[in-house]
Write a protein that binds this ligand. Structure first.
Ligand SMILES: [Zn+2]
Length: 340
């Protein structure tokens, strides 16, 4: 979520007692599951090549937003997906019916996991009451589904070498990039991730694209799971910042989101996509001030931590379970407290 949105929600919530009717009703497991199912089928009606059965384990995690938990106190939710190796790239098992069937045939009951906070300040907005100073449950879930389907780069900091970025994951002694990685190109249209996982671009110094839609970067900092895994447009569902609930309805899937999905071979019905323009952040330049920048006063972003689970000998492609830890703000709130 965005820090600006978070502050607005906290402020509004503090003005209302729990019992005064302003709060959203408690969200239970069953309702969450139902909303997620609806979100999945709603997106599938736009992008019919994603699997009919999602096999995503959806639930709550009490650690999220727990003020005593340093890892999760500003995190609204997270997701992870199972990937498989196909045609030289790692693909999300949720990107196609064939992928789902393959991963399921290998004994995986779940192809993804989504966990959200039980109750953000004011409660999850689900369609009644005041919307503007709450977070809309569907917005979060729709955004996460885009990552579950396969949008996110694996570019990340090396665990063994300092100041080194690595791409992709190994299998049988060779490294293979993710499908989204291999779709990344520079302004000249040249791919910047090679088949053997070399990254040939200059992060922070040049713009990058998938399918000619520009990816999000910070000006002077690389944040794994955020940088290069979102689009540089505040209007796309794949924007790095989620904003406050819009009374007009859920954040629509845009032509930019459709282009990003097309880059990983997920086809969407163009007639159902809202037209959005690229590069709509307020900064006139292609890079955005980083979280730690003194100039950062107007741009706020998701913070997706990308981690890989431990290697399992029985199924190498399970290394590829990406944890796309969603949302927010660990760094952001700290930064703003420091600035004010
Ligand atoms: Zn995201």
């Amino acid at each position: 979520m965005s820090s600006r949105a978070w502050k607005a929600v906290v402020k509004a919530t503090s003005a209302h007692a729990v019992s005064d009717g302003w709060w959203q009703p408690h969200l239970g497991e069953q309702e969450l599951q139902t909303v997620f199912d609806d979100v999945w089928q709603g997106l599938r009606s736009v992008c019919p090549t994603i699997p009919e059965a999602h096999n995503v384990d959806v639930g709550f995690d009490d650690r999220l937003l727990d003020p005593t938990d340093n890892d999760f106190k500003y995190v609204l939710g997270y997701a992870e997906r199972v990937e498989y190796l196909s045609q030289g790239v790692w693909k999300s098992g949720l990107s196609s019916e064939a992928g789902r069937n393959y991963v399921a045939s290998r004994g995986h009951e779940y192809l993804g996991t989504v966990r959200i906070a039980p109750s953000p300040p004011g409660g999850w907005f689900r369609g009644a009451g005041e919307c503007e100073t709450k977070f809309r449950l569907e917005d979060i879930l729709r955004h996460e589904v885009m990552h579950l389907i396969g949008v996110s780069a694996t570019i990340r900091e090396s665990l063994t070498a300092e100041n080194t970025l690595v791409v992709g994951r190994p299998y049988a002694g060779y490294c293979f990039p993710g499908a989204f990685d291999s779709a990344i190109h520079n302004a000249e249209g040249e791919p910047v991730v090679s088949g053997n996982c070399l990254f040939k671009g200059q992060l922070g110094l040049e713009p990058f694209f998938v399918n000619n839609v520009q990816l999000f970067q910070y000006r002077d900092e690389f944040v794994s799971g955020t940088s290069m895994s979102h689009l540089r447009s505040v209007h796309a569902m794949l924007t790095p910042a989620v904003e406050l609930c819009d009374p007009a309805g859920v954040k629509p899937m845009t032509t930019l989101d459709g282009a990003a999905l097309a880059a990983i071979n997920v086809a969407c019905d163009a007639s159902q996509l809202a037209v959005a323009v690229d590069g709509t952040f307020t900064s006139p330049e292609f890079l955005v001030e980083s979280l730690n920048s003194a100039q950062n006063g107007s741009e706020y972003f998701y913070h997706h931590l990308t981690k890989s689970a431990g290697v399992l000998r029985s199924a190498c492609w399970e290394d590829l379970r990406l944890r796309l830890c969603i949302s927010l703000l660990g760094c952001l709130l700290t930064t703003f407290v420091g600035l004010s």
